[in-house]
Design a protein around this ligand. Structure first.
Ligand code: ADP
Length: 543
């Protein structure tokens, strides 16, 4: 065998080392009430060392899971840096889950120490009594500890614990294939399932995020990470920022449109990432409060659900480019990005931006039929999307749901097509597909078109049983305040945008679309409301 290159472990520790030394002066800016807190990456190195020393003292000396129950803030970043680098496993808990799911997840992952923001203590108090393996809780800030006491856990103040530690830690050599972090999927069906990231997967994913075919994170960026750090590692933005020397803007709990716009105007981030609902809120806020300038944002990664073209066009007019990306908790999450080639005509470019994009190098994608046979990438054949690659999970924690994996591919549960240029278009989640008279109707496309109507704030389309066609689409629409738009006007609006037989006959005007723990439309709830007769249906159903 020829001798080749050094074997250098691709670890989170190496990312931290790079940030703290090469980019030591670059800052993380956290929104706090009132004001902002600024911490350099050099300081992050010291804070991480203090946290690692403290965790060692609490018995974390191997791959124990250390849970976080935190907004996006400096203390959460301390955990991002320290926990994997010391060889332990960072387990981000999703604040939006109900208490019984939180305790289920903490027990399933066997969390040992848990770090919580003081503002979230009341929420944690509802789940902590059932968290059997958690023995120590560290509380950031100076809020009340009392709600966490009396359950046999040691409850301590984070700042006091850190202050008592050395800012130097003897970081161990860590195997790049060992576990670094874990995150549970929202589990809209069945129990939540754990995805365990390795050091290697996180390193490669971060580096991919820094390439121009993906997010192109660089030293000159300031990244407003709106997507929470408890959701799929904030799409990997914190680690990519540390790798690139980009500055990080962390909004804490201030995720409403007004404080976000204020933060954008004053800190002038160049890049951001958030789900379409957030950008929709920001757009509505800007329309109601003109005169703001958010054009410092040059690249806004958007995904988590399909991004309506009308949303991208509205932001284009503000000088802000929204770029659609697709991924899942299981794919770290970044897998594909919709960047049209520079040679595309404006119409073509808009069309391609509305797709889920092309996979980045490292991820492979294919479409398969019900038997698992790969279908051609001809822009016509529709099937389930499967992916594989070094930052795609090989199994769920504990080996649950093995049927989601076959032949080394992950079955994504997303349905769509791939065109000859390799752009992916998703039409639905497998569990939400609508089949009318034997033909597919894309609820995603109907939703995207509906949201383009000026009177529509949001819209979710579900399939409902129909005597003649087996299934037909029903549009559950949230109107903009003050609007009285009705079924006929919406049908008329859609009529030149989708095939005639796609036009929903049934409309239901609702106050809000129910959401899952990860902020996606909870169509299961809508379907149940419909079958329970709780949705008032308007429109004309032909006999
Ligand atoms: P969950 O825990 O709800 O699965 P994830 O964030 O892992 O949360 O969700 C991944 C899913 O989100 C994908 O399988 C897909 O259905 C949806 N999704 C993500 N990005 C996009 C996108 N750009 N367009 C359409 N759907 C998307």
């Amino acid at each position: 065998m020829l001798s080749t290159m050094q074997s250098y472990a691709l670890t989170v520790g190496s990312v931290l080392r790079h940030a703290a030394t090469v980019h030591g002066a670059r800052e993380t800016i956290t929104a706090v009430a009132p004001g902002r807190r600024r911490t350099s990456y050099a300081e992050l190195g010291e804070r991480a060392a203090r946290l690692a020393n403290a965790l060692r003292g609490f018995g974390v000396d191997g791959d124990q899971r250390v849970a976080t129950f935190q907004w996006s803030n400096q203390e959460h970043l301390d955990g991002y840096a320290a926990i994997p680098s010391m060889g332990a496993v960072l387990h981000t808990l999703n604040l939006r889950l109900p208490p019984h799911q939180l305790s289920y997840i903490a027990n399933h992952a066997e969390d040992s120490v848990l770090i919580v923001d003081d503002t979230l203590v009341p929420l944690l108090a509802r789940a902590l009594p059932d968290m059997a393996t958690v023995h120590t809780v560290l509380v950031t800030g100076s809020g009340d500890l009392a709600p966490l006491e009396g359950y046999g856990k040691e409850v301590l103040r984070y700042d006091e614990v850190l202050a008592a530690q050395s800012p130097v830690f003897d970081w161990p050599d860590v195997d790049e294939n060992s576990a670094a972090a874990m995150c549970y999927t929202s589990g809209t069906t069945g129990n939540p399932k754990g995805v365990v990231y390795s050091h290697r997967s996180m390193w490669l994913h971060s580096q991919a995020a820094c390439t121009r075919n993906a997010l192109g994170v660089s030293y000159d960026d300031t990244i407003l990470a709106i997507v929470p750090m408890f959701h799929a590692n904030a799409w990997g933005l914190p680690y990519a920022a540390m790798m690139a020397g980009a500055q990080l803007l962390l909004p804490g709990p201030f995720l409403q449109a007004a404080p976000l716009v204020e933060m954008i105007e004053s800190e002038r981030p160049t890049m951001s990432g958030a789900v379409p609902t957030i950008w929709n809120d920001i757009l509505n806020h800007l329309r109601d409060n003109p005169g703001h300038d958010i054009s410092s944002l040059k690249f806004v990664a958007c995904g988590g659900s399909a991004v309506p073209r009308s949303l991208m066009q509205a932001f284009d007019e503000l000088g802000v480019r929204i770029v659609q990306a697709w991924g899942m908790t299981e794919t770290s999450p970044l897998a594909s990005v919709a960047l049209p080639p520079a040679t595309a005509t404006p119409e073509e470019a808009m069309h391609l931006r509305g797709t889920q994009g092309r996979v980045v190098a490292g991820v492979e994608a294919r479409i398969v039929d019900d038997e698992g046979t790969a279908l051609p990438h001809d822009g016509k054949s529709v099937g389930e999307l499967e992916v594989r690659g070094p930052w795609v999970t090989a199994a769920y924690h504990g080996g649950e749901d093995p049927e989601k994996f076959h032949d080394g591919w992950l079955r994504t549960g997303d349905v769509g097509l791939i065109d000859p240029r390799q752009f992916i278009t998703l039409t639905d989640r497998a569990k939400d597909v609508i089949k009318s008279g034997g033909e597919w109707i894309s609820s995603v496309e109907l939703e995207n078109e509906l949201i383009g109507h000026p009177d529509v704030q949001s819209a979710a389309v579900i399939g409902v049983p129909d005597e003649k066609w087996q299934e037909r689409p029903l549009a559950a629409v949230v109107r903009r305040p003050g609007s009285t738009v009705g079924p006929e006007e919406l049908r008329q609006y859609l009529s030149d945008k989708v095939a005639k037989w796609w036009l929903p006959e049934r409309f239901s005007f609702i106050d809000e679309v129910p959401l899952t723990g990860t902020g996606k439309y909870d169509k299961k709830v809508l379907r149940k409301r419909y079958s329970d007769g709780e949705l008032a249906v308007e429109g004309h159903v032909e006999g």
